[in-house]
Design a binder for this molecule. Structure first.
Ligand code: DAV
Length: 368
């Protein structure tokens, strides 16, 4: 690797040297729109309200994100931060209008780093269509500094109503029906055009494992297959999740050979073969420490599993998630407790609020 290599990351666990950590500034609760509504839990306090989050909650989330960044820097990891834009503004394309944008706390949803490439995902919510702009100053800088860096952007989707199933446009579907639909892979997004969020993708060297769900459709997975020609791309799904978005509170690789899997969303038997035939262990994750997510939060209590691996011996776990910490400690990991729960509502946990720029290590084939 040349001295000027800035971008390099092939998996979720090699030693982390450079990372982007999101910011909470100006984050909004977006106005109703088809794909977002399908994800907001039916009993959520967020239904029927939108607009900027309160200054107090933004300040608290930023304090936690700043502390997390400082801790990483003290451990010798370079940290970059995005440039928030005015998320309260209306956005539109010739096809739609959205009352507000979302924010830039979870870079993991938008940016997919594979080797020397950073790929901007299509996204599948209208309110997140322009979120990549917050990362452009950083991507431009990496591109200028690193002659081998590839800055790519997936085709921006049109996100017309044809992208969404009308069946989901109700807040009275009920969990039972949702579980049946998601088990049948009947998700809110149609197969009109390729759609994916970067947080539906896990990187295992030569293999990319992608969750088919609300935010990523089969055409999106096919697009990734055609784009990453030297990789094997696998579609997975996890029955048992009534709101399937993003793989990173469901299936979490900890190091080579070890994955923790959400016990309510187990990987189906035939999809486990890839891992088990290659000697990998998939174990049930510990239970979350909380019965409820914090107020005005999109994610489930399973953000307990949304850990950030710093290297194959070291993992950051949210400070209140004592059961997850205990499990990882018993598995031989050094656990660093990081307070982040009061930032969950802004878009997720420790994995969500980061995006890899550089991890040591090269492309490997873990499933030959
Ligand atoms: O369980 O609500 C959260 C994933 C955030 N990236 C969940 C999934």
């Amino acid at each position: 690797m040349s001295e000027k290599t800035v971008v390099n990351s092939w998996n979720e666990w090699d030693p982390l040297k450079h990372v982007i950590v999101g910011k909470a500034d100006g984050t909004c609760i977006p106005a109703p729109e088809p794909a977002l509504d399908a994800k907001v839990p039916e009993d959520s306090d967020m239904r029927g309200q939108f607009g900027p989050r309160t200054k107090d909650t933004v300040d608290k989330a930023n304090e936690l994100l700043d502390n997390f960044s400082n801790m990483l820097e003290k451990r010798g990891i370079k940290v970059d931060r995005p440039d928030p834009i005015d998320f309260s503004q209306k956005t539109s394309t010739p096809d739609w209008e959205a009352e507000t944008m979302f924010g830039c706390m979870p870079p993991r949803d938008v940016l997919l780093t594979v080797g020397s490439e950073i790929l901007e995902a299509t996204m599948s919510y209208r309110c997140r269509w322009f979120e990549y702009l917050c990362y452009r100053p950083l991507l431009q800088k990496y591109y200028n500094e690193d002659p081998n860096m590839r800055h790519e952007s997936a085709p921006k989707p049109r996100l017309t109503d044809a992208d969404y199933r009308k069946d989901y446009l109700s807040d009275k579907i009920g969990i039972q029906k949702r579980l049946e639909w998601t088990e049948d892979k009947f998700f809110v997004t149609t197969e009109e055009e390729p759609l994916f969020d970067a947080a539906d993708v896990l990187r295992f060297g030569k293999d990319l494992v992608v969750q088919h769900g609300f935010t990523t459709n089969l055409k999106g997975i096919d697009w990734l297959k055609r784009h990453f020609k030297d990789h094997r791309v696998h579609a997975v799904n996890f029955p048992g999740d009534p709101y399937p978005i993003h793989i990173d509170a469901t299936f979490t690789p900890i190091k080579e050979g070890l994955i923790i899997n959400n016990p309510q969303r187990r990987l189906p038997k035939e999809q486990r073969k890839l891992f088990e035939n290659n000697g990998w262990e998939i174990i049930d994750s510990a239970q979350p420490a909380h019965n409820e997510p914090p107020p005005l939060c999109y994610s489930s209590t399973w953000l307990s599993m949304n850990v950030l691996v710093l290297d194959p011996k070291t993992v950051c776990v949210e400070k209140s998630e004592v059961y997850q910490a205990e499990q990882l400690d018993k598995l031989g990991m050094e656990v660093i407790p990081v307070e982040l729960r009061d930032a969950y509502a802004f878009g997720g946990g420790l994995h969500c609020c980061t995006a890899d720029v550089y991890r040591e290590g090269e492309l490997k084939d873990y499933f030959p």
